[in-house]
Write a protein that binds this ligand. Sequence first.
Ligand SMILES: [Zn+2]
Length: 423
Amino acid sequence: MISQAVNDRAPVLELDLMPESFFRIEKTKGKARLGRLTTPHGEIETPVFMPVGTLASVKGVPQDTLEELGAQIILGNTYHLYLRPGVETVRKMGGLHRFMSWPRAILTDSGGFQVFSLNELRKVTEDGVTFRSHLDGSSHFFSPESAMEAQIGLGADIIMAFDECTEFPADRERTRASMELTLRWAARSKKHFEEHKNEVPWGGRRTSDLRPQKTAELRSAGLPGEAVPTCSDQTQALFGIVQGGMDRELRRESALRTVEIGFPGHAIGGLSVGEPRELTREIVESTLEHLPVDKPRYLMGVGTPQEIVEYANLGVDMMDCVLPTRAARHGLLFTSEGKVSIKQARFAQDEAPLDPNCGCRVCQRYSRAYLRHLYASNEVLAQVLNTIHNLSFYLDTMRRVRHSISLGEESSSLSGVWSRPKP
Ligand SMILES: [Zn+2]
């Protein structure tokens, strides 16, 4: 149990649904928390950034490189994996971890957000959502129950309740109706999960049983992955999702009622859907006040390097975003000196590393001139190297945030880790 001292406004703690060791807060500084999540596939130090691996692949980056970068947990998208290669295939292959040879933790989303993004191709009823595949136009149906079934079949360590992401802008009546639907779906998700949670494809097997030599070889030394495997008797953790649009009062109600249903962790969903950044921050800050301090808080789909530092300072424990990987494929790189568009002609004969303060294998080996050449020539290697650097930058940023909290440094200095002055 986490002491009440963590936050004076802490709601009354309820009985834990997960083993007490699922989430521990080790230190706090201001609202920022240094914590540890224990999953069936290893421990995760929080605050954590989770690279997005939509189709069981973080585009362009092999799994051993992800390990070397210190990725502790990656994200998979249920909607995409359900369509291709299909849940049944992954389940028969022993689950996502074994299928993609990734011994560390995985989180899958519920598919709700992706289906929401289909716009014209979906129809929402009380039962669930009928949608058309973006691949071939075929018709499919997701419900809280089928989304749980899919996520249990994929076998991620952390899975998400099925929710409706409210569009932006939306009036209050529409936002409330959508929030109520998400609450009903959350209760249905939990019920189905509780009845079927022992059906995970890796149930009862330790990660070390799966090709033991191979995983040991792949794992890099001195990284968090050394903790793998742990707790084989632990099952998946189902998180609830807070909705409520851009309405602070509805967010509060959604948070309280989601907490009441009883989840080992909570996500803040429905943000980064086109609203101004300032509003995102305001909603996150006010929603966090209503979430229990002793459970992990996951902010979905955010953000820039500066934003992930800010949100960690506000008390967010987990974040994911396609930005570092997607931007990398478009030649946009994040560095300690700011954003760099590597396609620019001024780098054509620049012998310096991309980021002189970065220790990643790209910055240690290649020049800006070479990276620019690869990009201009449309070489596949450009996407690979750019993505490795951007991920390294994000993961390093979070590592520095964790280090600052562990030293008890002032919160204000946390945002300074990124905006380092130019030499
Ligand atoms: Zn680098």
